[in-house]
Each structure stands twice: as C-alpha cells, then as structure tokens.
Design a protein around this ligand. Structure first.
Ligand SMILES: Nc1ncnc2c1ncn2[C@@H]1O[C@H](COP(=O)(O)OP(=O)(O)OP(=O)(O)O)[C@@H](O)[C@H]1O
Length: 250
C-alpha cells in the first residue's frame, strides 16, 4: 500500500496545499504551529473535508479526485483514523468501541471481540475492556481510540496527536504498538507537536507553515539543520545561523 496525494483545500481565508507520498511501512510525521493546517490535512485524507483540487490515491485506488468529482465517504476509504476530536461512544465499553469497526465490516461478534481484546491487552488496557468509555481517563480513552483505529484492518493509518494525553511511561508503549502495525506494510500519517515522536517513528517529517510545506526531510536533519527560524521553533531546534553578509546580522 502506498499513499499518494496532492491536497488542496480552501477553508475561508485559509488554503492548504501539500503533496505527500507515503510508502508501505513508512511513517510521515506532520508538525506545525497552531492553525498551520495539520488537522485539515488529516481530515481531507480521512474524507471529512472535501478537496478543492488535487487527488488522493491509496495504491491503485482513487479515494478522491477533485477534477473527476470523486470523493469517497470516510467509511469507504479503508483508513484507520484517530482524530483529535474523535470521541469514543461513551455509553459503550472500551471493548465495544474497538470492536465497532470490525463489526461494521461484517466480522462475527465473537471474532470482533477477540480482535478488540487482543489490541486492548497490547495497549495495557486489558483490565478496562468492560469499562464504559465515559469512565476512562483521558490517557486510557486515547489508547482506546488508537486501538479503534487499528482494529478494522486498515490500509493506512491517520493519527492526529495520538500520544498527546499519554503520560511519559505509556507513550513509548503506544508508539511501539503503532510501529509494529506500520511495519506490517501500512503507510501512516502522524500529526504531532512532539519532535520526539517524529525522531522515534517517522521516516519523513514535514513542517507546515500557513498551509504549505516549509521544510521536509528526515526528522534528525530538520532538527540539526532547520531551514528557517520558524521551522526551528516548530521542531524545538536552534535557529539557523544568520548570514553574516545579510543586512542587520551581527
Ligand atoms: N471549518 C472551518 N471553516 C473555516 N476555517 C477553518 C475551519 N476549520 C479550520 N479552519 C481554519 O483552517 C486553518 C487551519 O486549521 P487546522 O485546524 O487545520 O490547523 P492545525 O495546524 O491543526 O492547528 P492546531 O495545532 O491548533 O490543531 C486555521 O486558520 C483555521 O482557522
């Protein structure tokens, strides 16, 4: 599976214009300041927001193509999605939330439960399988949301800040679970505010500024050689040295 897209989305005054190519088994991390378009990027891939122009292709399959009027609805895209505001069903148990996707695909109840229990155990939530989602802590709910994204045999993963609510002890575990899934041949897009996620997981890091790619490359490269002070701020690196020949440089 390879995810290939040129995403152009206009939302009021804001325009996103980003090309991306994520091979099977690779993670593309996306970072950027508030309002730079990270969520818009994920939502357009997921199908929650329509493209104004451009296309999305997953292997040979067209998920969206603005010029041809193609826009597959989210449930037909075959994506494992964990959105920032992707609330769980509060009145359902953790297990029922995770089993929901496989059940919707026609998997038998018993098998869907087994898939859910195995993922919950992997994410150290075995003892909470029967807990109603509304009674879970923020970090527990986030792990259930990750399990839900992985449960329905997705062809690609879209994860918007999936580690944000996790404590430092739990974060590496969830990263490892994501890494294992990706290694089975899934392309993944990971939005994060923490450059450690990009350094640890990503094959490529894209920094967005105002809806456009300010810099892309390996995360370590962007940290050691950010192209601009804005990129340096986003990845928490030292700003690039100013050119001594430029006016105002000291
Ligand atoms: N439904 C909408 N209608 C109009 N404009 C929108 C809508 N949703 C987002 N925007 C605008 O699109 C721009 C990008 O927003 P987006 O949520 O994609 O940024 P972000 O990088 O995810 O930010 P954050 O880090 O704060 O989550 C912002 O200027 C925002 O105001």
């Amino acid at each position: 599976m390879t995810l290939d897209a040129h995403l152009q989305v206009t939302r009021g005054q804001f325009t996103l214009d980003v090309a991306l190519h994520v091979p099977a088994g690779a993670v593309l991390a996306v970072m950027g300041p508030n309002g730079s378009g990270k969520t818009t990027l994920v939502e357009s891939l997921a199908g929650a927001v329509a493209l104004t122009a451009g296309h999305i292709t997953l292997d040979e399959r067209s998920l969206a193509d603005a010029a041809r009027g193609v826009h597959l609805p989210p449930r037909e895209r075959g994506l494992g999605v964990c959105l920032q505001d992707g609330a769980l069903f509060g009145h359902l148990s953790a297990r029922e939330n995770v089993a929901f996707g496989p059940r919707a695909q026609g998997v038998r109840a018993r098998d869907a439960r087994a898939v859910a229990d195995s993922l919950l155990a992997e994410l150290d939530l075995g003892e909470h399988a029967r807990t109603h989602a509304e009674r879970l802590s923020g970090g527990q709910a986030q792990r259930v949301a990750v399990a839900r994204a992985l449960a329905a045999r997705p062809r690609a993963l879209l994860l918007d800040e999936p580690f944000g609510a996790l404590d430092p002890a739990t974060r590496p575990l969830v990263r490892e679970v994501v890494r294992r899934r990706v290694a089975r041949g899934l392309p993944a897009v990971l939005v994060t505010h923490d450059v450690r996620d990009a350094l640890d997981l990503a094959d490529e890091l894209v920094v967005l500024l105002d809806g456009r790619v300010a810099q892309r490359g390996r995360a370590a490269e962007l940290v050691s050689a950010p192209a601009t002070p804005e990129v340096a701020r986003v990845v928490g690196a030292r700003p690039p040295p100013t050119d001594p020949a430029s006016p105002g440089a000291t």
